[in-house]
Design a protein around this ligand. Sequence first.
Ligand SMILES: Nc1ncnc2c1ncn2[C@@H]1O[C@H](COP(=O)(O)OP(=O)(O)O)[C@@H](O)[C@H]1O
Ligand SMILES: [Mg+2]
Length: 264
Amino acid sequence: MTGIPSQPRIEVRGAAKRYGTLQVFRDVNLSVGEREVLAIIGPSGCGKTTLLRCMDGLIPLDEGDVLMEGRRIDGPREGVSMVFQHFGLFPWKTVFQNVAYGLRLAGASRAQIAARVPKFIELVGLSGFESYYPYQISGGMQQRCGLARALSVEPRVLLMDEPFGAVDAQTREILQFEMLRIWEARPTTMVFVTHSIDEAVLMGDRVMVLKGRPSRVHEIVAVDLPRPRDRATLLLARFAELREHVWGTLMADARQAELEVVKR
Ligand SMILES: Nc1ncnc2c1ncn2[C@@H]1O[C@H](COP(=O)(O)OP(=O)(O)O)[C@@H](O)[C@H]1O
Ligand SMILES: [Mg+2]
């Protein structure tokens, strides 16, 4: 799946956001199709988390709209789930209770919760750890739990905010391939924020490069790598070409910006 999605599941139009006098981004337009993964990459501080929070309805945009299946949405985003960089689990709840929480919020009955939670715990590879508390399991397992919680409500849009940014390098790789496996099993609309070029190319059907000050969309690259993707994808010549291309866009004026900071 490459190019422009046929039927956008979620869209952002003309978005701008500022905090006080800090203009974080402007003119952000994007649309993500059904069963499409849009990876967003950009340097730290360019507003990736802010953009996802606006898409999730946690904070308002200053300009522009978020549309779901063509309809403008404001207020709580039914059908949108978020996975946070620092997992966002309740320390006083077990794995089971953390996963159940999202379903409870969505109004699921006790019977629905009892049926669904084990299914999603199994999907993310956490069976046997239902009664553990977050402090008793590794960071990678905590994020598996965060993922199960987000997936359990069967979201129409899954927002991922550097989901593997807080775990060690090996765990990160394991989780990337786990995520690809899970996505193949349950393909959904996904916006995947990262600051890793490799991760963006590996996960995305398209990669959107956000940068500048205020940041805006510099390029959207179609990733024409076949799915299902796995470790072998990393060895493809096309993978290397795409990562070099994204690197070029991302780094084009990074050196210039560094010099400007020094001169000030
Ligand atoms: N609640 C806030 N109030 C004021 N400034 C903020 C707030 N949240 C983020 N920022 C600033 O907005 C910019 C973008 O932040 P963020 O969206 O977290 O970027 P990213 O996720 O790309 O690293 C940064 O300069 C950050 O310091
Ligand atoms: Mg962030």
